[in-house]
Design a protein around this ligand. Structure first.
Ligand SMILES: Nc1ncnc2c1ncn2[C@@H]1O[C@H](COP(=O)(O)OP(=O)(O)OP(=O)(O)O)[C@@H](O)[C@H]1O
Ligand SMILES: Cc1cn([C@H]2C[C@H](O)[C@@H](COP(=O)(O)O)O2)c(=O)[nH]c1=O
Length: 204
């Protein structure tokens, strides 16, 4: 079995992705992997500039979709694709599934338009493995409130996050081999154990 080399972390805001990224990186390094950790939107100077706009400036949903995919193309071309070609292992805090979840599910941009953007910007490339931290939106909101001030997405209501969660479920149902659903409602150590088991099963 070839272990997955392009691994994305997905889920609604506050589900716990960041909490588990560092330990995952350490685990893969201990297996001898040359790991690159990055995030979306972001990961390049241009994409980080676009991230600031998307997270803090009001705009219409299609403009938002164009900006996140523009950021992704720059990130893909200048960081992710060269790293994969060099044999590195990528841990990416969100990738295109987030656009289907947030701009598609959350904002109502048509799925077909997002599929077209996905083809245009990254030739439809998807992660080898997607770890989906699935959490009840009310619990995620409680965790976020205790942790930080809200940005444009985090300020949305529970119905928005229900739609985002449903869109993640739609993506996961379409590609059950790629997606692993983690029950992010459990304690940190228990979520870490689910994650470790998923990696071990796939050769890490
Ligand atoms: N299993 C857990 N149980 C309780 N609290 C948790 C758990 N996992 C993470 N937290 C806490 O919830 C908050 C949000 O976690 P974290 O920042 O990892 O989420 P995230 O998915 O990365 O969010 P975002 O996508 O918005 O950056 C943090 O304060 C974190 O300590
Ligand atoms: C990639 C991507 C992200 N978003 C949203 C989702 C989050 O609310 C923010 C990123 O914040 P995080 O703390 O780094 O998770 O951006 C989006 O709407 N569309 C996307 O494609």
């Amino acid at each position: 079995m070839t272990p997955p080399r392009f691994i994305s972390f997905e889920g609604i805001d506050g589900a716990g992705k960041s909490t588990h990224l560092e330990a995952t990186e350490a685990r893969l390094r201990a297996c001898g992997a040359d790991v690159l950790r990055s995030r979306e939107p972001g990961g390049t100077p241009l994409a980080e500039t676009l991230r600031e706009l998307v997270l803090h400036q009001s705009m219409d949903p299609l403009t938002e979709a164009l900006l996140v995919f523009g950021a992704r193309r720059d990130h893909w071309l200048t960081v992710l694709e060269p790293a994969l070609a060099a044999g590195r292992v990528l841990l990416c805090d969100r990738f295109a599934d987030a656009s289907f979840a947030y701009q598609g599910g959350g904002r109502g941009v048509a799925w077909e338009q997002l599929e077209t953007l996905e083809q245009w910007t990254v030739a439809g490339r998807r992660p080898d493995l997607t770890l989906w931290f699935d959490l009840d939106p009310a619990e995620a909101a409680r965790r976020r409130a205790a942790a930080r001030d809200a940005d444009r997405f985090e300020a949305q209501d529970l119905e928005f996050f229900e739609r985002v969660r449903d869109a993640y479920a739609r993506r996961a149902a379409a590609e059950p081999e790629r997606f692993v659903r983690l029950d992010a409602g459990q304690a940190v150590s228990a979520v870490g154990a689910q994650l470790a088991a998923a990696l071990q099963e796939r050769g890490w």
